[in-house]
Design a protein around this ligand. Structure first.
Ligand SMILES: Cc1cc2nc3c(=O)[nH]c(=O)nc-3n(C[C@H](O)[C@H](O)[C@H](O)COP(=O)(O)OP(=O)(O)OC[C@H]3O[C@@H](n4cnc5c(N)ncnc54)[C@H](O)[C@@H]3O)c2cc1C
Length: 388
C-alpha cells in the first residue's frame, strides 16, 4: 500500500520532534485544549527554548534558518505527532515574518525575537466584518491629525483576539493614497481597544474574535516597513504560509490514516478483519495514495519557493488540495472506526474540525482556486481574435 510515511524524507529533527512531543505530552494537550480553550503558554515557551518556533526564520531573528522544504517535513511531523495546534504555533513567527523582513531594529528586538523565543504572542489582524477575501474593501484607517496618528476600525475573526499581546494591524493610511494599506504593530492593552471572543468549530484554543479600535493613538515607530506597502509584504508571507500549512494538514491526516489502517487489520466483522471488505480497504488505499501524492506536490512547491521561483499559484493549489485530501482521509477514519469514530473517545472528530479551518483561514479554498486561475488567465486580457 502506498503511504505517506514511505515518501517522507528522513530527518534527524523528526525524531527530536517525536521525543519533544512525548516529553511534553503534546497530543494529550491538544485534546485538552479542545475541551478547555486557552493559550498554551507553558508549551509555547518550551517550544521557543527548544528552537521549534520559526523554523525558517533566520537565526538572527531567533529561528533555525531552515529551507522551506525541510520546514515542511518537520511541520508535517508536528502535525502527525500532535495535531494542528503545536504545528501552527511552530509557524507563528512565520505568520508575523514581515516584522523580521521589514521591521525596524527596535521592532525586531522587541517583537520578532521574543516571539521566536515563545516569550510574547503576536497576532495578525487583516479581516474585517465586510472585508475578508476581498481586501480592497478594508476600511480600518490610520489618520494623521496635528502630527499625531489615530487608528479606527474593526477587525474580525482574528486568531488570538483574547491572548495576543501585540497585533500586526493592516489599515488604510490617509497618507498612502486611496489604495495604500500599511501594517502597524499595535499593543493590545492600550486604551480604546475592545476585544470579544467568538466560539469556533475547531482550533478553539486560538480564541478568535473581534477587536475594535476607537481612535487608538499610535506612534510613528509602530509602522512596519514603508507606508502603503502592507499588502505587498503580506502577499509574500501568505505564499510561504499556504505551502507550509498544507504539510501540517497532511501530517494530521497521516495519523488518522495509520490508526485506521491498524484498526481495519484488527477489527473482526463477518468472520474476518475489516480490511477483507473492499468497501473499507479500497478507500483506505486511495487515501494513502492521495496523501503521498499531495505531499510530493507540497514538497515540490516548497522546493520551488526555496529556489526563489515565483510559485504563489502553486502554493495556493497545494493548500486547497492538501486540505481536501486531509479532510477526506480523516472523514474515512471517522467512518471506518464506526460509532466510536464519531465520539470524543477517539481523536478523529477533533482532527476533522481542526483541519476544516484550512478551507477558510489564510485564504479560502475558493480564493486559492482564484489565485491559480488569475495566474493562468490574467484579468483583463482578451484573446487576440476577439472583436471590440
Ligand atoms: C480558524 C480561522 C483563523 C483565522 N485567523 C485569522 C487571523 O488571525 N487574522 C485575520 O485577519 N483573519 C483570520 N481569519 C479570517 C479569514 O482570513 C477569513 O475568514 C477568510 O479570508 C474569508 O473571508 P470572509 O470570512 O470575510 O469570507 P468572504 O470573503 O465573505 O467569503 C464568503 C464565501 O464566499 C467565497 N468567495 C468570496 N469571494 C469569492 C470569489 N471571488 N470567488 C469564489 N468564491 C468567493 C469565499 O471562499 C467564502 O466561501 C481566520 C479564519 C479562520 C476560520
Amino acid at each position: 500500500m502506498t503511504e505517506l510515511a514511505a515518501v517522507l524524507p528522513d530527518d534527524p529533527l523528526r525524531d527530536e520532534i517525536e521525543q519533544f512531543a512525548r516529553t511534553h505530552r503534546l497530543a494529550e494537550r491538544t485534546r485538552a485544549l479542545d475541551a478547555r480553550p486557552e493559550f498554551p503558554w507553558n508549551e509555547f515557551r518550551a517550544m521557543g527554548k527548544a528552537g521549534w518556533l520559526g523554523l525558517t526564520m533566520p537565526p538572527e531573528h531567533g529561528g533555525r534558518g531552515l529551507p522551506l522544504r525541510r520546514a515542511g517535513v518537520l511541520l508535517q511531523e508536528f502535525g502527525f505527532q500532535t495535531g494542528t495546534a503545536f504545528a501552527k504555533l511552530s509557524l507563528q513567527p512565520e505568520f508575523s515574518s514581515i516584522l523580521a523582513a521589514h521591521g525596524s531594529d527596535a521592532q525586531r528586538l522587541r517583537l520578532a525575537l521574543p516571539l521566536a523565543r515563545g516569550e510574547t504572542l503576536v497576532g495578525n489582524q487583516i479581516t474585517e466584518p465586510k472585508a475578508g477575501s476581498d481586501l480592497s474593501l478594508l476600511t480600518t484607517k490610520v489618520e494623521h491629525r496635528g502630527g499625531r496618528l489615530f487608528l479606527t476600525g474593526t477587525k474580525s475573526q482574528v486568531a488570538f483576539a483574547a491572548d495576543a499581546q501585540t497585533a500586526i494591524v493592516y489599515a488604510r493610511s490617509d497618507r498612502a493614497g486611496a489604495t495604500g494599506v500599511s501594517a502597524y504593530a499595535v499593543p493590545q492593552d492600550v486604551p480604546g481597544i475592545e476585544r470579544r471572543i467568538i466560539g469556533d468549530l475547531g482550533e478553539c484554543w486560538m480564541r478568535r474574535g473581534t477587536v475594535k479600535y476607537a481612535s487608538v493613538e499610535l506612534s510613528p515607530d509602530q509602522l512596519i516597513g514603508e507606508e502603503g506597502r502592507g499588502l505587498e509584504y503580506l502577499k509574500v508571507e501568505l505564499t510561504h504560509e499556504r505551502a507550509l500549512l498544507g504539510a501540517i494538514y497532511l501530517g494530521v491526516a497521516r495519523a488518522s490514516w495509520e490508526e485506521t489502517v491498524r484498526e481495519a487489520g484488527n477489527r473482526i466483522v463477518f468472520d474476518g478483519p475489516l480490511s477483507d471488505q473492499e468497501a473499507v480497504a479500497f478507500p483506505l488505499v486511495e487515501d494513502g495514495t492521495r496523501l503521498a501524492a499531495a505531499w510530493l506536490y507540497c514538497e515540490r512547491v516548497l522546493d520551488r519557493l526555496d529556489r526563489g521561483e515565483r510559485a504563489d499559484d502553486a502554493a495556493a493549489m497545494s493548500k486547497w488540495f492538501a486540505t481536501d485530501v486531509a479532510l477526506t482521509t480523516i472523514d474515512h477514519a471517522i467512518q471506518f472506526h464506526g460509532g466510536r469514530g464519531y465520539s470524543k473517545e477517539l481523536p478523529h472528530e477533533q482532527r476533522w474540525r481542526d483541519v476544516r479551518s484550512g478551507m477558510l483561514a489564510h485564504g479560502t479554498s475558493e480564493i486559492m482556486h482564484r489565485v491559480a486561475a488569475r495566474r493562468r488567465w490574467p484579468k483583463g486580457r482578451r484573446s487576440p481574435g476577439r472583436r471590440p
